[in-house]
Design a protein around this ligand. Structure first.
Ligand SMILES: C[S@@+](CC[C@H](N)C(=O)[O-])C[C@H]1O[C@@H](n2cnc3c(N)ncnc32)[C@H](O)[C@@H]1O
Length: 211
């Protein structure tokens, strides 16, 4: 799903590439693609190098040990960050001074979707496309944003529509989980309770649209 959001002819940085499977797939399947695969930790980068060599792509995908998006090559126009928490993704993207030449951002946050959407808007990007995909009962969100002013959206749901099976599945599950937590949560967690109830009300209204 992440790969399907990457445009042909991109020069991208994959932040936190880990095993580099995404980058290997992208190199083999997209047209005219240049890739810098990076990670903050040496171990994943070593595994990435082994995988890149195993798939016969030595020298085709560049590798670099680096934290976030600092000092990028001016030709890099696309950022991919997948499989990290939403707050970490937001912290990385908030380093606005490094975004000058970036046209497209593709992110797949593990959580805190709302924070990620707000950050994208704050750094001058608008959501172009979003999708949820469920595998082994875990639902993943993928967002593609391009430069521009974000039109009015509800940051909790983004541009997702309540007429899609994956979206219904995800929000129904979230509603059930929130309700379970609410039942167990001691009274003193007033703010947390308010937040969960508020979320549930919004989810119910959202799902009502498909009845
Ligand atoms: C769970 S893996 C995700 C791997 C891959 N992107 C995916 O979606 O399958 C997260 C990776 O991000 C790396 N990471 C965490 N913080 C980072 C940062 N600030 N800059 C670069 N990489 C980071 C970790 O070392 C780890 O390899």
């Amino acid at each position: 799903m992440v790969a399907s959001f990457v445009p042909d002819n991109s020069y991208l940085i994959d932040v936190g590439c880990d095993h580099a499977f995404l980058d290997i797939y992208l190199y083999n399947n997209l047209k005219n693609i240049k890739i810098l695969a990076t990670d903050i930790n040496e171990n994943p980068l070593k595994i990435a190098e082994e995988n890149i060599n195993k798939y016969g792509l030595k020298g085709k995908i560049k590798l670099k040990l680096q934290d976030g998006i600092k000092n990028l090559d001016k030709e890099i126009d696309t950022i991919v960050i997948a499989g990290m928490g939403g707050i970490l993704i937001s912290d990385i993207l908030s380093q606005k001074e490094y975004l000058e030449n970036i046209k497209t951002i593709i992110v797949s946050p593990n959580n805190d979707f709302e924070i990620v959407r707000k950050t994208l808007s704050k750094i001058g990007f608008m959501i172009q496309k979003e999708a949820l995909i469920t595998e082994n009962k875990i639902t993943y969100l993928v967002i593609r944003a391009k430069r521009g002013k974000q039109k009015r959206i509800n940051y909790f749901f983004g541009t997702l529509k309540a007429n899609n099976l994956e979206v219904i599945y995800y929000y129904t599950k979230l509603l059930q989980t929130n309700t379970k937590i609410l039942k167990k949560l001691p009274k003193k967690y007033v703010f947390k309770k308010w937040k969960l109830k508020n979320q549930n009300r919004r989810i119910k209204n959202f799902l009502k649209k498909i009845d």
